[in-house]
Write a new protein. Structure first.
Length: 488
């Protein structure tokens, strides 16, 4: 008889884990509290517009292809994606704007023209990011680093000296100041710390490897929006004998004899193994009721959350691209306020994602679907007054930068904020990526993919090793599969 595995949570990590473990020969049941799968990677439609709710930047598509390959399927039968000509358009307060091309020649030309920076500076910096990714990143992202017996020692030996010479104890900001010098380039490459909700002035310079993924490997767009990433995987999972139990809020998970009893909606089922694909703090606090481990991991600082305005615009803005960033004047103060004062500044860095640039049907003709996001502290409460102030500050900033009306063009509107993100996805305090990476050792102290206390209990998803974000969450499911295969 097949061994039974329960997966709690049907976000992109839970669905990826289900596909891998089913293929490995387990009878898989996925519990999801919502009526839909996808967690943070959801979508909604309103007044003729479509929006992705959460993630918008898509890198490392080969991790998805691997899952389709596992079943001998063609990725394009489930989802299509295209490489973008540029990763982002950056707007600075002095009116400079910079198109960040993924082609190195176009990029260095743009940087030379707009900032007067020697192309060699950017070429050398990105080469360093690439080396970091290849020597440290892949070892770290592909392995259960907390399981000493499974470490690839040949790769670890190469990575350890590199960690010191490559500056693990230097902040990303310090590295960028040393290697880039130009204040605008520093700000721009500091931004990669926000890819896991962290502060570039505190987080390790090792995070510069993210620039390699975004710039050199490239930024991609999935046709139909980010939702297609998890939608395609779910379509594949539904063709298999995998049970998805929607509207099933897991209430408890108890070790009884050699099995686990999972209770949801009053019903109890037994399993040989359990994979938690939800926020590990919620798992410890509410589901397995281990207050000691909850308190231990709760001490780690949360990553940033976000306030998102979904604006249906009745005009189009040709000057904007798929991804756009409008920087704050004082980036350092913005992060200090976010992580130390647990507050927001009224000149925040604003990110706008517009999928109707690639999928015109995401907005009525002549309009655009704006996803307008600012980073805010996890757990921050937004009263109607604070929300109104933030909204007004963003509009003033955008109208000044774009030199044309914004507010008058908003024809449809909705918001998402920490409290609601927490409620909808089970994310502790609405943090986007679990714990922050604001210490130099954060990567190692992050929650492992297995439990050393509870036998046959595993963890995947954006709050545990190797980290937050869509590709890394998919990768965490692969590590769990590796761990289970190793222990079977
Ligand atoms: C606004 C925003 C912007 C982001 N931008 C990016 C980006 O541009 N690029 C990027 O790579 N990443 C981005 N991220 C992060 C990315 O979305 C996450 O890292 C990733 O989606 C996490 O997937 P997951 O499966 O681990 O968790 P989730 O998506 O949170 O899924 C967890 C699932 O578990 C379910 N669940 C919770 N508790 C229970 C329970 N008790 N019983 C049953 N089910 C339960 C939830 O309902 C949910 O469906 C962003 C996130 C947000 C919110």
């Amino acid at each position: 008889m097949k061994k039974k595995i329960a997966i709690i949570g049907a976000g992109v990590a839970g669905v990826s884990a289900a596909l891998r473990l089913h293929k490995r020969g387990y009878q898989v049941t996925v519990y999801e509290k919502n009526s839909y799968i996808g967690g943070k990677m959801n979508q909604f439609k309103q007044d003729g517009y479509r929006w992705d709710t959460g993630p918008s930047v898509f890198t490392l598509p080969h991790l998805l292809v691997e899952l389709y390959d596992l079943y001998g399927k063609k990725t394009e039968d489930y989802m299509r994606y295209e490489k973008q000509d540029h990763s982002c358009v950056y707007y600075f307060k002095d009116g400079t704007n910079l198109i960040f091309y993924t082609d190195i020649d176009k990029l260095t030309k743009e940087v030379k023209e707009k900032l007067g920076v020697d192309p060699k500076v950017v070429v050398d910096y990105l080469a360093d990011c690439k080396e970091k990714y290849e020597v440290v990143g892949t070892m770290f992202l592909e392995n259960p680093i907390h399981k000493v017996s499974m470490l690839p020692w040949d790769k670890v030996k190469k990575a350890i000296p590199f960690l010191f010479t490559g500056g693990i104890f230097k902040s990303l900001d310090a590295l960028n100041k040393r290697d880039l010098k130009d204040p605008k380039l520093i700000k721009l490459f500091n931004r990669y710390a926000t890819y896991n909700g962290s502060n570039p002035h505190e987080a390790s310079s090792i995070l510069s490897m993210i620039a390699h993924l975004d710039q050199t490997i490239g930024t991609f767009y999935p046709k139909g929006g980010m939702r297609r990433i998890v939608g395609g995987l779910y379509d594949l999972a539904q063709e298999q004998d995998i049970d998805f139990l929607l509207n099933q809020n897991v209430e408890s998970c108890k070790r009884v004899g050699s099995q686990y009893e999972i209770k949801s909606n009053g019903d109890v089922q037994k399993f040989d193994k359990v994979v938690s694909a939800i926020d590990h703090l919620q798992f410890y606090k509410h589901i397995i009721d281990d207050q000691k481990l909850y308190q231990k991991y709760k001490k780690q600082e949360r990553s940033a959350s976000a306030f998102i305005f979904y604006w249906g615009m009745n005009q189009s803005y040709e000057e904007l691209g798929l991804h756009n960033i409008f920087f704050s004047e004082d980036y350092k103060e913005e992060f200090r306020t976010l992580f130390k004062d647990l507050d927001i500044i009224m000149d925040p860095t604003v990110y706008i994602n517009i999928t109707s640039k690639c999928d015109p049907e995401d907005a009525p003709e002549g309009g655009e679907n704006w996803f307008v996001m600012v980073n805010v502290p996890a757990g921050k409460v937004f009263t109607p007054e604070i929300t109104a102030r933030l909204r007004a500050a963003i509009i003033t900033k955008l109208e000044k930068a774009l030199k044309r009306p914004v507010e008058a063009a908003i024809a449809s509107e909705k918001t998402w904020y920490p409290e609601k993100i927490a409620e909808d996805t089970g994310s502790y305090m609405g943090a986007l990526y679990g714990a922050s990476q604001n210490t130099k050792t954060a990567a190692i102290t992050r929650h492992p993919n297995h439990s050393s206390k509870y036998k046959d209990l595993y963890f995947c998803g954006g709050t545990v090793h190797p980290g937050g974000g869509v590709p890394v969450s998919i990768q965490s499911a692969k590590i769990v599969d590796k761990l289970i295969a190793n222990e079977s």
